[in-house]
Design a protein around this ligand. Structure first.
Ligand code: SF4
Length: 761
């Protein structure tokens, strides 16, 4: 864990930035009249989670005026969640950025593209001349299309010439990715979601399907209707846990104790699959040795659940004809995230529950392109096709496609959180970020905000001014998902296509056009000759060919004709691969690998000073850092502010009543928010949703200890305390002011987070 960094109170940002919103209750110039003459119906997909539900955007005169769910897309079959039905309201939102902005004397002013690019060129060249090429870093995001995510890796390495590139999926799916690589030799969910209803037992670990991936609930219901048993492992009795046949309400961070106990029972009850283990796996003995070290009773004590419930889960899973393990951030957001995932994979391999209909395993991706965004090179250590940047053959292949020498490709960089270290240490001086909001989403926010204040020059590319954008010297406006085409790979490995409905507003450009424009100023435009996303995708197909994530045989036409194509798809006559591992795994010998995983505690455990275990997560109405959903009136009305869930017994001991305003503190910071006293949480645990910034960010508290393999932070377990503030019940005290009305077509000023008065004076 890094030491906390003290920064002035004034650097913890002020919530009011009127020009740039949020304006959640604005209405279109013509009101909400539904009498439109639709001239285009554009089939596309939701911009939010990894389900990528199908929807049609309804267009009238170059404006998106509505949407309808797509009945023809097999994932959602006409269903959308609250975020999906309101996603289109982003497109013409009054908060959209429409011009480049340059910060002068602590305030943003509109600028032309020429002026903004002149400044970027001068500053980046000055920084690189003084400190070397790697002194300018690049960050991307996993909501970007695969074309744009691919191009970010190329832009960093050849456009800017830096090794420092990474993305916000580092805060999301990388623990699963690391474990998948270690166990299976490839990083993709093993089974299509259509396999879920074919399972007899579904084990959901650290995944609140009902709120985080709402439409996936339909697969669980379908399985339950056929008689399947649902086991949920979660410290909270979530909406998903409430419909489970068995809820193991474990302490956050104790999954390995649980899985080892289950494996031990499977072994002792002869419920493992010896033929599968012998023919298709290696290193079973290591997993057995680790599992036999702790008794089921001791594991139950560590986890805080009944030993009999662990036995019941093991027997159900072990006796199932077909069983499925699904997991998400609940087991992945830990300093032992990769080990947590590997320990669940041990169960899958021991029972041979993989590679056939209804028998499977997989993580569910939080970000829309969580899968595709982590396959083609925007990760610090990766080249396209899930290739390693340190592999000479991979470097040669990609360099050939890119028209450069392998020696022109930098080596591996560091994770997006470790970039913060490099800024504070003076190694990174300049940064350009694409569509991420690290001033909300990274842990130990005081330290992150200090680092972004320290940057010599920062360019933020986004379509709304985010909390992170406020730190920028230049903000460049980009297109939203409805204003460009491209591919997304959803959480089951299905490559789908989003389509352009309307033009970007004002002078906003697509991210790929912005990369090409900056590259031109850096003298590297020869690597970015693209006129449309299709040309980028065709290059990506060549760059990924022969790699593990092989897209060579996927075309836009094929995607649209088949409602998506599952990779790997090496040739144009290949149908794609919905289910992996039917015959072999991806390691050279074709076998999967067990890992002997021993239980270790979270980096911080509760003590007398900080007696609670704090965990974080989502609510159904908001998406990630909230930069999109906090601007939509309906979503904001449903959940306007964060809160801390605590158990009635804990609340009583501390004299806290429901809705009281409380302080929640950790060793890194403190925030004030209302208490929500609920009996659905463990008495030793607190829960705070993470969709808010400024002083409402739970990431002011979270621990920045990283998993040693995946570099994912430990968002889901840190020590914390709660105390009641003076002043009685909270009645929306923390709800930010709502300002209505002003369009930002010609922005004038806004504040500077680095200035004590916000730059207003
Ligand atoms: Fe969008 Fe996910 Fe909701 Fe589907 S489940 S509508 S993809 S947010």
């Amino acid at each position: 864990m890094s030491a906390p960094v003290a920064i002035p109170e004034t650097d913890i940002l002020k919530p009011r930035w009127d020009k740039y919103g949020p304006h959640p209750y604005d209405q279109p110039d013509d009101g909400w009249d539904s009498a439109h003459e639709i001239d285009h119906v554009i089939p596309t997909h939701c911009c939010y989670c990894g389900m990528q539900c199908g929807m049609n955007l309804l267009v009238e005169k170059n404006r998106v005026v509505g949407m309808e769910p797509r009945e023809d897309f097999p994932v959602n079959l006409g269903k959308l969640c609250p975020k999906g039905v309101t996603a289109y309201l982003q497109v013409h939102h009054p908060d959209r950025l429409t011009h480049p902005l340059i910060k002068e004397n602590g305030a943003f002013r509109p600028a032309s593209w020429e002026e903004a690019l002149d400044l970027i060129e001068r500053k980046f060249k000055e920084i690189q001349a003084k400190h070397g090429k790697d002194a300018v870093a690049v960050t991307g995001g996993a909501s970007l299309t695969t074309e744009r995510a691919y191009l970010i890796g190329k832009f960093a390495r050849l456009g800017i010439g830096t090794k420092f590139v990474d993305y916000n999926g580092r805060l999301c799916m990388v623990a699963a990715a690391g474990a998948n690589m270690k166990a299976f030799g490839v990083d993709r969910v093993a089974s299509p979601w259509s396999d879920i209803p074919l399972s007899d037992v579904i084990l959901c670990a650290g995944i609140n399907v009902a709120e985080c991936f709402p439409i996936q609930t339909r697969y669980l219901w379908e399985a339950k209707d056929k008689g399947a048993k649902l086991i949920v492992v979660d410290p909270r009795k979530t909406a998903t846990a409430r419909v489970a046949d068995l809820h193991l309400q474990i302490r956050s961070g104790t999954d390995i104790a649980l899985t080892n106990a289950i494996l031990r029972i499977l072994i002792e009850e002869n419920l493992v699959n010896p033929a599968f283990i012998a023919e298709r796996t290696n290193d079973y003995e290591a997993a057995v040795a680790a599992a036999m070290e702790v008794t089921v009773e001791d594991a139950a004590t560590l986890c805080g659940v009944k030993a009999d419930d662990i036995r019941r889960a093991a027997l159900w899973y072990g006796h199932a004809k077909n069983a499925m393990v699904l997991h998400a951030r609940g087991i992945e957001h830990h300093s032992k995230g990769v080990h947590n995932v590997l320990s669940y994979i041990n169960l899958v391999l021991a029972t041979g529950q993989i590679g056939r209909p209804g028998a499977g395993y997989g993580t569910v991706t939080g970000q829309g392109n969580g899968q595709g965004g982590r396959e083609h090179g925007q990760k610090a250590e990766q080249l396209p096709g899930q290739r390693s940047i340190t592999d000479p053959a991979a470097r040669e292949h990609v360099a050939k496609v890119w028209g450069c020498s392998p020696d022109d490709l930098p080596g591996p960089g560091v994770s997006i959180y470790e970039q913060v270290d490099k800024i504070l240490e003076g190694e990174i001086h300049g940064l350009i970020s694409f569509c991420n909001n690290v001033a909300v989403s990274l842990p130990n926010q005081n330290r992150v905000r200090k680092a972004y204040t320290d940057l010599d020059f920062y360019v933020n590319v986004d379509f709304f001014l985010s909390e992170t954008g406020r730190y920028a010297d230049v903000v460049l406006p980009c297109a939203v998902w409805a204003e460009d085409e491209g591919t997304i790979t959803n959480g089951e490995g299905r490559v789908i296509k989003i389509n352009k409905a309307v033009d970007p507003p004002g002078e906003a450009k697509t991210d790929w056009a912005i990369m090409a424009a900056v590259a031109k100023r850096m003298g590297t435009e020869r690597y970015f000759p693209f006129n449309e996303p299709r040309e980028i995708f065709d290059e990506l197909r060549k760059a990924s060919a022969g790699g593990k994530a092989d897209y060579a045989g996927i075309t836009y036409e094929k995607i649209e004709a088949n409602n998506g194509i599952f990779w790997p798809c090496p040739t144009e006559d290949h149908p794609g691969t919905p289910r992996l591992f039917e015959e072999s795994f991806y390691h050279p010998d074709g076998r999967a690998v067990f890992h002997g995983i021993r239980y270790q505690t979270a980096n911080e455990i509760p003590d007398a000073e900080y007696p609670f275990l704090l965990t974080t997560g989502r609510v159904v109405y908001h998406f990630l850092s909230g930069n999109q959903t906090r601007r939509i009136g309906f979503l904001r009305d449903q959940c306007p502010e964060p809160y801390v869930e605590m158990h009635p017994s804990s609340a009583k001991t501390l004299g806290i009543a429901n809705s009281d305003l409380v302080w929640v503190s950790s060793r890194r910071g403190e925030i004030q928010l209302p208490a929500r006293v609920v009996n659905t949480i463990r008495p030793d645990t607190l829960f705070i949703p993470y969709h808010w910034g400024d002083r409402q960010s739970v990431n002011l508290l979270t621990n920045d200890t990283l998993d040693p393999y995946a570099k994912i932070p430990e968002f889901k377990a840190c020590a914390a305390r709660v105390s009641r503030t003076q002043g009685g019940p909270c009645e929306g005290i923390l709800a930010p002011d709502v300002s209505v009305g002003v369009l930002n077509a010609t922005p004038e000023t806004t504040g500077d987070p680095a200035k004590p008065d916000g730059g207003a004076s």
